[in-house]
Design a binder for this molecule. Structure first.
Ligand code: 26W
Length: 820
């Protein structure tokens, strides 16, 4: 193995990197280093860098063990890491030396970095948040680790063909993944199906789970390297593997060849694919298997390492905390109960006390269709022992509630875990944990006052807010190095990389002419780079002097890409009517994946591309409007787009976006937000001040009021507002060169079904806001000042701050310094 890099001088390190790198190429591929392809160079460099982190990794684990440090485990069904080579080089503090070393070999580091393939093990915000949290925990010296699934196929790759989204499987493991370490010795067995038998043993009722199908859970560990410290935490991703010797387990498969093959297939399917949907995948048994699989393996491995410490089991909550990222891992509650009762022999009450103290729950959505519910029969068949435990939790909860409410059955039914043939996972999560948090102030208020109101009345002490954050190390230091350098030079220190609140001092330079110019130059250069990318990939020429107006996020009706698209069409209509209309040139950039089965979302993609086609080839608007749809939005593409944005579109229907995190990434890179008072936009407005953000649209309370009391009619708007009527007519007429009826679903959504997300209702207000952007942008000084204030204030939204609050208020853990 390659030795450590501790205590080497810069020159020594450079020589070592050169040597290790060349030797690695020989040992991996048996070729002359000069003949290696860029991808081979990446694999070799990755291996070398990974091994450099091992020293700190071992040291960290040793320190945690010896000092009985309380461990936090972040359970998430998604981790959207992005590329790791750059990130690891930066966090190890060796990127510059490495660049020099390679350049002496005639190799450009950036080319190697570009060659990495990113693991797309997440859909969007929820998975990326988990990755930002891992970076913050490690960089802050907190003992926090990830627990998730090693999907064989990540989120699909999106191609646009003739304007339509086409999905291609993401075979990211076709080449090996450099950053993981397989740990077969730490495998666990997860049990599915079978039956439960109860018996009296030593005077106590005991459960026996029999005739189950066992599945191996094999952990693959990824080191999570902290910035500017010695901490290296662990992300553990589980892969399902069959028992090699089928005679090892239940007799059903003995000698039955077909069954044995079916069994292997069943096992492999568990971690085969990430569900490409971020609303509820209704009643999919495979999804439930995935959820229990990574939860059971994770809890088993936590208990195993806790027991090695030799502490009594009731001390668990003092040394372990499990944070569940939405309800997908909510089965930790019955699983921990099962282990404590069946394996550790604890009585119910003690097991319950330990479990509720150990688990904390984060809610990420109030969208009803995304709130998980599982049919009783499915859970009973797949997880018979877990089902009996959930049933008992529910029985005890309901009888307590009946007593408290003086027999109010209706209320008890509304709050029950099991109701109407289904298991309500959010209720299970709230009842079984010590903390329930939302992800922005507004979202938490909506949880307390609407969605989980009954629970808030019952357990007010459990509810708290933790506004999301993003890691400024990836989204600024890595994605926008020139801006990062400018901040360091301006503040005369780079301490802000460890202490992001120092970024706020950058605001003091908002009026400084030189800083304004430098910020503007950096933005312009980033736009030139993106323009080059767009030219190379799509052969579309965009002018970097135009306003880059960007909406990049998952495609969802509530996120209202449709509002943006219709408004572009409106601008086009205005320009066609009056070619000398004075609008500042704009380039509208979209990037968005739609869930493969989400028909409306896919039609909106087609619509955006149809508008793009119309606009881009019309010489009448050539100098004023451009529309570009960038395919395959992912972390690496975000890192290219966001630093080049002037305007950040955060235009969800108020009350629907729990927080948003893209909004924070854009502001951190100096884009000005046009947005509704939704999610964390509300707090961004507080942070930058009313004059440094452009707000429009209905308020959350108005939206909620319409939902409750009615009073909105989109067809009335269609009748009254000529602009809107024209747009809608263009949708269903022959304005676009598409098959007839192509956009009927969009028409129905907007008119027949009364525009659930108030696109038409907010249209006018959005247009006003866009005109305000136009005016502000022309005022160069003013705009640059706004940019600087946004960049400085974004320090508030570093995930370091968010994680500090989780650590203080939920986990009760302190930072530790890992010695050299
Ligand atoms: C069943 C599949 C599934 C997967 C993910 C259902 C629901 C989800 C999430 C709850 C959806 C999600 O990603 N929510 C987003 O979480 C972000 C991080 O907190 C927030 O910033 C976004 O506003 C929220 O939509």
């Amino acid at each position: 193995m390659i030795g450590g890099i501790k205590g080497l001088s810069k020159e020594e390190l450079k020589e070592k990197i050169k040597q290790d790198f060349q030797r690695k190429i020989i040992s991996l591929f048996a070729i002359d280093p000069k003949e290696a392809t860029t991808y081979q160079q990446y694999l070799a460099l990755g291996e070398v860098i990974k091994e450099y982190s091992f020293e700190r990794w071992l040291q960290t684990n040793k320190y945690y063990k010896q000092n009985d440090v309380k461990q936090v485990y972040y359970f998430s069904i998604e981790f959207l890491l992005g590329k790791l080579l750059v990130n690891n080089l930066i966090n190890l503090g060796i990127r510059d030396v490495c660049r020099e070393a390679l350049s002496e070999l005639g190799i450009t580091l950036e080319d190697i970095e570009e060659a990495e393939r990113e693991p797309g093990l997440g859909n969007g915000g929820l998975g990326r948040l988990a990755a930002c949290f891992l970076d913050s925990m490690a960089s802050m010296g907190l003992a926090g680790h990830g627990n998730g699934i090693r999907y064989r196929y990540g989120l699909f790759e999106q191609k646009i063909q003739n304007g339509y989204q086409v999905e291609v499987p993401d075979n990211w493991l076709s080449e090996e993944y450099v950053w993981e370490v397989k740990r077969s010795d730490r495998a666990c067995i997860v049990k599915f199906g079978g039956t439960v038998r109860f018996d009296i043993v030593d005077g106590k009722l005991k459960a026996f789970h029999e005739n189950y199908e066992p599945v191996w859970a094999i952990p693959y560990d990824i080191p999570i390297i902290g910035y500017g410290c010695n901490t290296v935490n662990t992300l553990r991703l589980w892969s399902a593997e069959p028992f090699e010797n089928v005679f090892d387990f239940a007799s059903f498969s003995r000698g039955d060849y077909i069954k044995a093959v079916e069994y292997r297939y069943m096992v492999q399917s568990i971690t085969q694919v990430l569900y490409p949907d971020d609303t509820n995948e209704q009643n999919r048994i495979l999804r439930l298997k995935q959820e229990y699989f990574f939860v059971s393996a994770g809890v088993q491995s936590i208990i195993r390492s806790f027991k090695k410490r030799g502490k009594p089991i009731y001390e668990l909550p003092n040394y372990v905390m499990i944070q569940i990222n939405d309800t997908h891992p909510a089965l930790v509650i019955p699983e921990l109960m099962r282990i404590l009762i069946d394996e550790e022999g604890l009585p119910w009450e003690n097991a319950w006390d330990i479990t509720t103290k150990t688990v904390a729950y984060t809610n990420h959505t109030i969208m009803v269709e995304a709130l998980e519910k599982w049919p009783i029969d499915m859970v009973k068949t797949l997880l018979p022992r877990i089902y009996t435990i959930i049933e008992e939790i529910n029985r005890r909860f309901c009888s307590e509630m009946l007593e408290r409410t003086g027999g109010d059955w209706q209320k008890v039914c509304n709050m029950a875990i099991i109701h109407d043939g289904q298991i309500n996972m959010a209720h299970l999560a709230v009842i079984g944990s010590s903390s329930v948090n939302g992800v922005s102030k507004l979202h938490t208020e909506i949880l307390k006052n609407e969605v989980l109101k009954c629970f808030y009345t019952l357990y007010p002490e459990k509810f708290n807010n933790k506004t999301n954050g993003i890691t400024h190390r990836r989204w600024l230091v890595e994605a926008n190095p020139d801006l990062a350098r400018l901040i360091s030079e301006t503040l005369q220190t780079d301490r802000w990389i460890k202490e992001p609140m120092l970024m706020l001092r950058f605001k003091d330079f908002a009026e400084d002419k030189l800083t304004q110019e430098l910020v503007a130059n950096i933005k312009f250069n980033n736009k030139v780079k993106l323009a080059k990318y767009i030219k190379e990939k799509y052969n579309i020429i965009v002018d970097p002097r135009s306003i880059f107006d960007v909406q990049a996020k998952r495609l969802h009706a509530y996120k209202r890409q449709l509002l943006n698209a219709l408004h572009i069409l409106h601008l086009y209509n205005m320009l066609k009517e009056n070619s000398s209309l004075d609008i500042y040139p704009r380039t509208f950039i979209f990037a968005a994946k739609a869930a493969p089965g989400y028909i409306l979302a896919k039609k909106i993609i087609k619509l955006i591309n149809s508008i793009a086609e119309k606009v881009n080839k019309d010489p009448d608007v050539k100098d004023k409007l451009k529309v570009v749809f960038l395919e395959n939005y992912c972390v690496s593409l975000a890192e290219k787009i966001i630093p080049a944005a002037d305007v950040s579109e955060q235009i969800s229907t108020a009350s629907k976006e729990a927080s948003g995190t893209g909004n924070m990434k854009f502001m951190m890179n100096g884009a000005i937000t046009i947005g509704t008072l939704d999610g964390a936009n509300v707090e961004i407005k507080e942070a930058v001040g009313d004059e440094n953000i452009v707000i429009f649209g209905l308020l959350a309370e108005e939206v909620l009021d319409y939902y409750k009391n009615g009073g909105y009619s989109s067809s009335q708007l269609y009748q009254k507002d000529l602009r809107i009527r024209r747009l809608i007519d263009q949708l269903i007429g022959n304005f676009f060169d598409v098959p007839s009826g192509e956009f009927m679903d969009i028409y129905n959504h907007l008119i027949t079904y009364n525009d659930e997300y108030f696109v038409l209702k907010d249209f006018d207000s959005y247009h006003e806001a866009q005109m305000k952007i136009d005016k502000l942008y022309r005022d160069t000084k003013r705009w640059r000042k706004m940019m600087i204030i946004n960049i400085g204030a974004s320090g508030i939204f570093s995930s370091d701050n968010t994680i500090q609050k989780y650590a203080d208020e939920i986990w009760h853990i302190k930072r530790v310094e890992i010695p050299d």
